[in-house]
Design a protein around this ligand. Structure first.
Ligand code: AMP
Ligand code: ZN
Length: 493
């Protein structure tokens, strides 16, 4: 069995093999830090995180680099409007991005910043000009001459044969039918931020940033390059043109493009105004683990519609997994049940098969829930033995190495976001639901267990007022306590 991935460049699902055995060099386009990231952005980053975690699980060492675009058209425009220098404007959003990524358990890549590589970018542009791939125009800007790169269009599968030589576009983002010579370097307009460089004053275009930083970090040819589907054209097409023109070598072997997160059928986007940030959802009372789980639910190559119902059912799924893990801590009768042993093995096999199949996360989730359902039924029927716990837990943890929702640090993250809202003067956005959730998470599982035991002891001693007092305390903290003939059970609201 081997991992098979869809490669946008070949247009087919291929077996993934790195150029050097056991070592994967991958680059993911990171955020443009002009505002808070929305969960559409984070769908892409979570998909890349899942890819990274699975590569690690199957034994690769992963060198994962991500850029932060801390200079581009929008940043220049917004910082000028706000009347603050570019670094000051972007610092806040960079910090927020890294915090949000940690909130969603995204393993931190090596981060590189555009503004720290301006000289290298200017040098690359000078080289492209010397080789005839770039030209300078009167105002001091530089453009890439796409007519000099005949395979332009090979990633986006567009035929640009009929284009007009020398037609130019100077904005970083443009439409698919707009195959024009694109800006490598932009000379500053009045009042705009600029850098001094060997090719003059100005700022790099967005596309050259990624070519220069990815090759500097990972070499002239590397294994995998990722970004949301909107980056296929022009961004990644332009990266290929620039990089291959510079080196004469194939730039990247595999191109990985997660599809959009939608809201009512539309792309979630700042410009459409139909977006939620991670912070907004948490302030509304949703746990970070529910958000991560939801974003990982649909396989990355399917567009996925965001709904609050979906978020609720993701929360229920995470709770079921955590409760199952808790249940396995119970003392069971000694010995082992061969059916449970087979169930655990079978689940591990299904997990690998699902993820090998172009990261089919939906099937992996189905496999773990089949296991939880069957094992819970076995516990109910008294058919699970002590030696079955270890293999079942191992399967659960194998799943969690990828999905990362079992560790309950939701409260810590939610508190950070509540504090941030208070500092930012956004207190009004802190919902009743979040306040309740935080109250219920004040007690750890062990502390709750201790109280349940005291409650049972009080009942045993027929001290009902003591038992009722403990129940009242737990209820006030959002913990539901239920009596049944097997004893006292609890769960968080
Ligand atoms: P940006 O900060 O706009 O450069 O975007 C950061 C990343 O998020 C890029 O890889 C985009 O392709 C991706 N992205 C933007 N909108 C969405 C969306 N609605 N769904 C999934 N990915 C998105
Ligand atoms: Zn990029």
């Amino acid at each position: 069995m081997a991992l098979r991935l869809f490669n946008t460049l070949s247009g087919t699902v291929e077996e993934f093999r790195p150029m050097v055995d056991g070592k994967v060099r991958m680059y993911a386009c990171g955020p443009t830090v002009y505002d808070y990231g929305h969960i559409g952005n984070f769908r892409t980053f979570v998909a890349v995180d899942i890819l990274r975690r699975y590569l690690q699980q199957i034994g690769h060492k992963v060198q994962h680099v991500m850029n932060i675009t801390d200079v581009d058209d929008k940043i220049i425009r917004n910082s000028a409007l706000a009347g603050v220098p570019v670094p000051q404007y972007t610092a806040k959003y960079q910090k927020a991005f890294l915090e949000d990524a940690a909130t969603l358990h995204i393993e931190e890549p090596r981060i590189v910043r555009a503004t720290e590589h301006i000289t290298q970018m200017a040098q690359a542009i000078a080289k492209l000009k010397d080789q005839g791939f770039a030209y300078r125009v009167d105002d001091g800007s530089y453009y890439f001459r796409i007519a000099r790169f005949p395979s332009y269009g090979k990633l986006s599968k567009k035929d640009f044969g009929g284009m007009e030589d020398g037609a130019r576009v100077d904005v970083d983002e443009y439409e698919k039918d707009n195959a024009r010579d694109f800006a490598l370097w932009k000379s500053p307009k009045a009042g705009e931020a600029f850098w001094e460089s060997p090719i003059g004053r100005g700022r790099p275009g967005w596309h050259i940033e990624c070519s220069v930083m990815s090759m500097q970090e990972l070499g002239e040819s590397f294994d995998l390059h990722a970004g949301g589907e909107d980056l296929i054209f022009p961004h990644h097409e332009n990266e290929i043109a620039q990089s291959e023109a510079l080196t004469g070598k194939p730039f990247v072997r595999f191109w990985f493009h997660p599809r959009f997160l939608l809201v009512e059928g539309e792309k979630m986007a700042k410009s459409a105004g139909n977006f939620f940030t991670v912070r907004e959802l948490v302030l509304k009372g949703h746990r970070p683990s529910s958000i991560r789980y939801l974003l990982a639910t649909a396989p990355y190559r399917h567009q996925f519609n965001f709904t609050f119902d979906g978020l609720q059912s993701a929360a229920a799924s995470v709770e079921r997994l955590r409760n199952f893990q808790l249940r396995l801590r119970t003392k069971f009768a000694p010995g082992s049940n061969p059916t449970m042993q087979t169930l655990a093995e079978e689940t591990c096999r299904r997990l690998s098969e699902s993820l090998d199949d172009d990261l089919n996360t939906a099937q992996a989730q189905a496999a773990i829930f089949d296991m939880v359902r069957t094992a819970n039924a076995a516990i109910d029927a008294g058919n699970l033995n002590q030696s079955d716990v270890e293999p079942l837990l191992a399967a659960l943890h194998r799943f969690d190495e990828i999905f990362s929702v079992l560790e309950d640090d939701d409260a810590v993250r939610m508190k950070q976001i509540r504090d941030w809202a208070q500092q930012e003067g956004r207190k009004d956005e802190i919902s009743r639901e979040l306040v309740d959730l935080l109250r219920s998470s004040e007690l750890s599982d062990d502390e709750i267990e201790q109280r349940i035991q005291s409650m049972a002891a009080a009942r045993e001693a027929r001290d009902f007022s003591a038992s009722d007092a403990i129940r009242a305390e737990l209820t006030a903290k959002g913990i539901l306590v239920e009596q049944s003939k097997e004893g006292i059970h609890w769960r968080r609201k």
